[in-house]
Design a protein around this ligand. Structure first.
Ligand code: SAM
Ligand code: SF4
Length: 336
């Protein structure tokens, strides 16, 4: 089939697909999941073959970057067979990057294989370097397991970026420690502003909100930061720490200022395509996929129709410390 580019109504070309391959996870981070999460029945999920077919269709339509996420992507059974198979698009150079976001718990087991299939970078989420706090924020996680995973990833040759959710009164006191810990290990670092997601207690959520402006000001008490021009087409902005050369990212998903360059869409493990992180607009791709299995033309029409509905921007507004435009779905569903 002919290569093409996916262009949305605002002339943005869609080159980045994030795919949640499971809603399940071995952790229960407080800002992401409730303790007794109910997960989707298996039959609702796309099979790994269906996910491959869908991703491949997107790649044939011009998607160049694929990020696998979840839930925890590495707890999905046989997930390495998916990575193995989809990596053929790296070989034929249609796909420029295959990457994943993970909590790191399974990296000790999978880092080497991931590198072997062509993954070169991983984002690993880690909100604290303290054992007890780690257990508290993830509810079910163990810090040592994640640290071993990070070591394994670096040993395998993977470039690591650490994602930290900025949480007021929780990791504020670790700001400088986390920055230098990443720097010493040659890892990039991104701070993420907490988003109002799911049906978690709103009081708890607002209590946790720590604005990245404030975080940046604190950093500037010790470091000189220079804004970098680099943009990812997503909600991240980057600064360089002059003293060390370290790069630090800030993700403020609640701000609108990146929508005009948004190049991405998100696919859930049930085949729903979300055109914007901040809006409920979605398209069901599982139906056309199962209606006519292996008919890429049929699926392409559904994808094109979905992209034609990609909204201009999103609705979050957290500026007055009220939860407005709150999304009812969990990050584990759309994959963050
Ligand atoms: N389980 C993997 C992980 O934790 O990296 C991948 C999925 S997780 C949903 C993706 C990212 O979303 C993580 O970095 C996590 O910290 C972030 N996240 C989850 N809930 C969030 C929220 N309410 N606000 C901001 N970031 C959130
Ligand atoms: Fe799991 Fe990631 Fe959500 Fe934490 S943030 S509960 S690790 S999906």
């Amino acid at each position: 089939m002919m290569m093409q580019t996916l262009i949305d109504p605002f002339n943005r070309s869609i080159s980045y697909l994030r795919v949640s391959v499971t809603d399940r996870c071995d952790f229960r981070c407080v800002y992401c999941m409730t303790e007794n999460m109910k997960f989707l029945p298996k039959k609702e999920l796309l099979t790994l073959e269906e996910l491959d077919f869908l991703c491949s269709s997107f790649i044939n339509m011009g998607v160049e970057k694929l990020r696998i996420t979840g839930g925890e992507p590495l707890v999905r059974r046989n997930i390495m067979s998916f990575f193995q198979s989809i990596s053929r698009h790296l070989d034929d150079q249609k796909l420029k990057e295959l990457t994943l976001t993970t909590n790191g718990s399974q990296l000790k087991k999978f880092a080497k294989e991931l590198f072997e299939v062509g993954v070169r970078r991983v984002n690993i989420s880690l909100d604290t370097l303290d054992d007890a706090k780690f257990a508290k924020v993830t509810r079910w996680g163990r810090l040592s397991q994640v640290l071993e995973g990070i070591e394994a990833a670096q040993a395998a040759g993977l470039r690591v970026k650490i994602n930290v959710v900025a949480l007021k009164g929780f990791n504020e006191d670790e700001l400088f420690r986390i920055v230098s810990w990443c720097n010493e290990r040659g890892m990039d670092l991104t701070w993420i502003e907490v988003m109002p997601m799911g049906d978690l207690e709103s009081e708890e959520r607002i209590g946790q909100y720590w604005s990245l402006n404030e975080l940046r000001q604190t950093l500037e008490q010790e470091y000189t930061l220079t804004d970098m021009a680099e943009r990812s087409g997503g909600p991240a902005r980057y600064v360089k720490v002059n003293e060390t050369g370290q790069k630090i990212g800030f993700i403020t998903p609640l701000s609108h200022n990146f929508c005009e360059s948004c190049n991405r869409v998100r696919l859930t493990c049930t085949g729903e395509l979300y055109m914007c992180l901040g809006q409920e607009d979605k398209a069901d791709l599982r139906r056309p996929l199962r209606e006519k299995p292996n008919d890429e033309g049929h699926l392409r029409k559904a994808i094109e129709a979905a992209i034609a509905k990609k909204p201009k921007g999103h609705d979050f507004d957290y500026t007055r410390q009220e939860v407005q435009g709150q999304m009812t779905r969990h990050m584990s569903h759309t994959g963050g």
